[in-house]
Design a binder for this molecule. Sequence first.
Ligand code: DAH
Length: 370
Amino acid sequence: MTDIAHLKTELSAEITAANDLKSLDDIRVTVLGKKGRITALMKTLGKMDPEERKTTGQALNVLKDEIADLIKSQERALKKQEMDARLTTEVADITLDTRPAPKGSIHPISQTIEELVSIFGAMGFQVAEGPDIEDDWHNFTALNFPPGHPAREMQDTFFLPTDPEESDPERAKKLLRTHTSSVQIRHMVETMKTSTPPIKTICFGRTYRSDFDMTHTPMFHQMECLYVDKGVTMAHLKGCLTDFVRAFFKLDDLPVRFRPSFFPFVEPGAEVDIGYTKDAKGGIKLGAAKDPADQKWMEILGSGMVHPNVLKNCGIDPDEYQGFAFGMGIERATMLKYGIPDLRTFFESDVRWLEHYGFDPLKRPNSAQR
Ligand code: DAH
C-alpha cells in the first residue's frame, strides 16, 4: 500500500512537472502503456493470494483512474497554455484584396486638356467657355474677317438654319463654330459689361469644319488663349508660348520659332513652329538637332497680337489696352506628344484603343507633377 501511495506522489509530481504535450504523452506511455509501470504492477496481481489481490487490485485501479484523470487535466492545462500563447503572439491577417474590377481610362484629349489647364493655371490663366453653336458675328465679323473671306464659305463652315427671332442678320446666321477664337469675343464683351481688363483666359472646346481625311475630322478640339492688359507686347507672347510648349512637351530646350503669318484677328500674326529631327527610320523626335542642317520644323499653333479692330468690336480701347492670343489644335498636340498616328481613331470609340492610349483616372496631372 505504502508503495502505491508513494508511486502516486511520484507520478503526480512528474505529471504536473510536464511542461509540454510531448513529455506528458511520454509519461502516459511509461505509466499506463502496455509496458507501463502501473500495467506492470497489475500483472503481479495474479501471483498474490486472493485477499491481497483484492485490496491491491482495488488500490491499483483507483491509482490508474486518478493518474489517467491527472494526465487529462494536465493535458487540458497545457493545451490552454499553448492556445493562450498563440493568441497573444500570432497575428492573423483577415484582410483580402478586392477583386480587380475593370477600370476605365481617360481619353487622350481629356488628358491633354487637363495638362494644359495645369500649365496655364500655374501662369494665372482662367478657363472660359463658349457655345458650340455660334453666330456669324462672334465667329467671323467681330474677329475682323473681311466680307467674302474663304473661311465663311459653305465648304468650310457648317451653317445652321437662321434664327427667325434675331433681327440682326449677322447674329441670326447660325453655324457650328469653326474655331474657339469666338470665345475670345464672348469673353471680352462679357468682361466689358461689368469691368475692364486684365483678361487672362484659356478656352477648350469642340470646333467644326467640313473636312475629312487622315489629318482632318469634321469635329476636332482647339485651345484658345487670350491675354489683354495695358502694355502687353509681342515679347510677352513669345515668353508665354515658349514656356508653354516646353512645359507641355517636357523638353526644356525644345527649339521654338515664330514665323510671320496672317490671321484677320491679329496684327502682327505668327505661326509657331517647334524643332524636331528625323531618325534613320523616318520617325519624328522633338528637340534640337546636333547639326543645325538637320533641324526640322513643324507648325504647332497660330498666334498674334490682338487686332485693334477686334478690341474695338468688344468695346475695348486699343490705345489703352493691348493683347495677345493664340489657338492650337488639341488632337495634333496630343498625337505629337503621345505618338498617336491617326487622327480619326480619336473618335471611333474603340475601347481597345482607349485601353492602349488612355490614361489612369487616378493619376491626374497637376502642377506638382510637372
Ligand atoms: N483660330 C485660328 C484657327 O483656327 C487659330 C488662331 C490663330 C487663334 C491665331 C488665335 C490666333 O488666337 O491669334 O486656325
